[in-house]
Write a protein that binds this ligand. Structure first.
Ligand code: SF4
Ligand code: SF4
Length: 368
């Protein structure tokens, strides 16, 4: 049986702190002991202020850190951000300020170790500090994700893939979302965070998970010892069948157990939550997938009036499909439609746009 706790909450520390402590007590029990290595893993995707809903709110990170400290342990706060420096993100997000005076260690994931996760990947490299932690406290932000529909507890652990290993994995997974979802589930199984507390007070809808997404007040925090159970419950809360989210479905297929899911608290129904526009990445025989990707699947496009030529997208693009002179250009033959460029653009200049042939095919094939 997996318990999922839902609590109404707001970013008011006097009320938020006891809620987080209550969830930590219920989920972690006496797992956190003196001498244990406790890792706090927020979502630190990019340098953004809390009102953009891109990163886990600093007050949730603070409450989790204070809880660990109250158990006599100095927590480590880590991530491997997709964009920009770890130091800058903890400054701009307000985490450094919020946690001032607390005895915590900030440490960007840098070193990794090979972990045998079985087929089809065999060994994958995961942040050493995450693998060696006694207790992982996973602090996802509830957000949409243009590639995976939602980024929740399972997806948040992709931050434990270090630095430029991330785009390498995007390249290996290519346009096949199922392969990418399998990779995410394997990382989850390798790390098994003991505690998952989700920041859904100010969630993100639309073209998340970066700055192209739109903040949306949902007003909850969600907690569970089982991220898959919580991911399923949150999907339902947002109005999508849990199996519509690929990481949920893949986790089931990979044998991740939730048992019966018991909800503690009132599960709100979020009306008209806007999911990202997602095109099917691949359908039909494999032989035509390359053609379909080029001509039918949404492609990244740039709004040149917003682009500052900062270089984040072409640095990150795993397929090296972006070039630049006075503006940026996409090589759509090379582009694998991973949408990482949209995710990492700090100026919300990129979006996924449907091709004309894609629109026609969608109508003809009646694909929504
Ligand atoms: S599209 Fe975005 S990430 Fe790429 S260069 Fe322009 S502003 Fe930077
Ligand atoms: S151009 Fe964007 S969507 Fe295409 S491969 Fe590069 S990062 Fe991915």
């Amino acid at each position: 049986m997996s318990k999922v706790y839902i609590r109404k909450a707001e970013y008011d520390y006097t009320t938020l702190r006891p809620l987080v402590f209550e969830l930590m007590d219920s989920i972690a029990g006496d797992l956190i002991k003196k001498g244990s290595r406790v890792l706090i893993k927020p979502n630190l995707l990019a340098a953004a202020s809390p009102d953009r809903a891109v990163v886990t709110h600093p007050l949730i990170v603070k409450a989790a850190a204070e809880y660990v400290i109250s158990k006599g342990v100095r927590p480590q706060i880590s991530d491997s951000p997709a964009v920009g420096s770890f130091e800058k993100i903890i400054m701009v997000s307000g985490i450094k300020d919020a946690l001032e005076g607390l005895d915590v260690e900030y440490k960007e994931f840098k070193k990794f170790v090979s972990v045998d996760v079985g087929k089809p990947f065999d060994k994958i490299e995961i942040a050493e500090d995450a693998v060696n932690a006694d207790v992982i406290i996973n602090l996802p932000k509830i957000k949409t994700h243009a590639q995976m529909m939602l980024t929740l507890g399972i997806k948040n652990l992709f931050g434990c893939i270090v630095g430029m290993k991330k785009p390498e994995w995007h390249l290996r997974a290519g346009e096949d979302r199922e392969v990418f979802a399998t990779l995410l589930v394997k990382i989850y199984q390798a790390l098994k965070p003991a505690v998952n507390i989700y920041d859904g007070i100010l969630a993100m809808e639309g073209q998340g998970p970066g700055k192209s997404g739109v903040p949306r007040e949902v007003g909850v925090i969600v907690g569970s010892g089982n991220a898959m159970a919580a991911d399923r419950v949150i999907s339902e809360m947002l109005g999508v069948g849990p199996d519509m989210v690929l990481t949920n479905r893949t986790a089931l297929e990979q044998g991740v157990e939730t048992g019966e899911i018991r909800i503690d608290g009132d599960l709100p129904r979020v009306e008209n939550f806007r999911f990202p526009e997602m095109a099917p990445m691949a359908f039909g025989p494999k032989i035509v997938h390359g053609f379909m990707r080029r001509h039918l699947v949404q492609r990244p496009e740039c709004d040149n009036s917003e682009c500052r030529l900062c270089g984040e997208c072409w640095e990150y693009c795993p397929a090296k499909a972006i070039t630049h002179d006075k503006k940026i250009h996409f090589n759509y033959d090379k582009c694998i439609r991973c949408y990482c460029c949209i995710e990492v653009c700090p100026h919300a200049a990129l979006r996924a746009v449907e091709t004309m042939t894609g629109k026609v095919a969608r109508k003809v094939l009646k694909i929504k």
